[in-house]
Design a protein around this ligand. Structure first.
Ligand code: SAM
Length: 323
């Protein structure tokens, strides 16, 4: 079901670090850009507005998001094309589109407000719905409820601890598995939110007690950290000389992978110091444009709480890469 943009009750997603991203992509130069996570099309729209010679190939693995972006960006005619794909397949998708190199690539990772605010998608503890959380229901991924019904207590605890940084992960996992063993598996968002709220001490928490657990499950259901390093390397390969790659992440594990991979591609060896020879494959293919990640200022966070924790890193492809 496509949801319209604008008007009462329609989905709104405020693009994070918009001005900074467009500047780092140097979108005013025009050319072909790939928006790997087109979402509701906010960043794509700004790229298309930056130059009448800009074109965008927009990927998303969420068909509903893509439909909304298509409607929003129809005004740009053939300058915007939408592709229902996982950005980790960038090489295959570009080959099919007969595109070798592009001027810029953007990945704004994570989840969109459309996904969070559509109750039936099961991403949010704020609405009661089946515990789904899949960005692409056609992908064959298990739902969050199926995952909690299949994984061992140790595996559930690891996911909640690692991806959610939740101190009470073990207790939450134990309670989830106890429910399952009683023949009452967790099926809905409300069910899970209530269980987590009881399992953790809700006092003195700035955020809803289930926030971390929901984030962790979403990352696991959608394999969000898998092959991110390979994607970044592939993206750099598809940039033309002087082309730009910008990545916005919202999770410390994501940012660590992005930082390390971009470091390696800028020629900085990531091997442990005592190793006699470099084995990490560092090569000087890019110049880092953001020595420190760009983060939203207080004003942006005040107007858009989803921007909190965002980190933007960008690189420029070198004209003559040095091995
Ligand atoms: C933060 S939103 C992007 C918002 C967008 N920049 C805007 O301004 O509207 C992230 C989007 O990336 C999509 N996404 C996440 N992982 C993806 C992947 N591996 N491949 C393709 N799309 C993905 C999600 O479905 C979601 O729509």
């Amino acid at each position: 079901m496509a949801l319209p943009l604008g008007g009462r009750g329609a989905p709104v997603h405020r693009p994070v670090l918009l001005r900074e991203t467009i500047e780092l992509l140097a979108a005013e130069r025009g050319g072909l850009f790939v928006d790997c996570t087109v979402g509701l099309g906010g960043h794509s729209e700004a790229i298309l507005q930056a130059s009448s010679k800009a074109e965008v190939l927009g990927f998303d693995r969420d068909g509903e998001a893509l439909e909304s972006a298509r409607m929003r960006l129809a005004q740009f005619g053939s300058r915007f094309r939408a592709v229902h794909a996982d950005f980790r397949d960038i090489t295959r998708v570009l080959a099919t589109a007969k595109v070798k190199q592009v001027r810029g690539i953007l990945a704004d990772l994570g989840v969109s407000s459309l996904q969070l605010d559509t109750p039936s998608r099961g991403f949010s503890f704020r609405h009661d719905a089946p515990l789904d959380m899949r960005m692409d229901a056609a992908s064959g991924d298990e739902t969050a409820a199926e995952l909690l019904g299949r994984l061992s207590e140790v595996e559930i605890a690891r996911i909640i601890f690692e991806y959610g940084e939740e101190r009470r992960a073990r207790r939450i996992a134990r309670w989830i598995v106890e429910r399952r063993e009683r023949g009452e598996p967790i099926q809905t968002t409300r069910d899970l939110a209530n269980l987590v709220a009881r399992a953790v001490s809700a006092k003195q928490r700035r955020i809803h007690p289930a926030t971390r657990t929901f984030q962790a499950l979403r990352i696991a259901v959608n394999h969000e950290l898998e092959n991110l390093d390979r994607f970044v390397a592939d993206a750099v390969d598809h940039l033309e000389p002087d082309g730009r790659l910008a990545v916005i992440s919202f999770h410390s594990l994501e940012d660590r992978i992005i930082k390390r991979t971009l470091g390696k591609l800028s020629g900085r060896c990531q091997c442990p110091p005592r190793l006699p020879q470099c084995t990490c494959g560092a090569r000087k293919a890019v110049e880092i444009l953001t020595r420190r990640p760009v983060t939203p200022d207080e004003k942006e966070v005040a107007g858009n709480s989803r921007a909190r924790g965002a980190k933007l890193r960008a690189v420029r492809k070198l004209t003559t890469p040095i091995e």
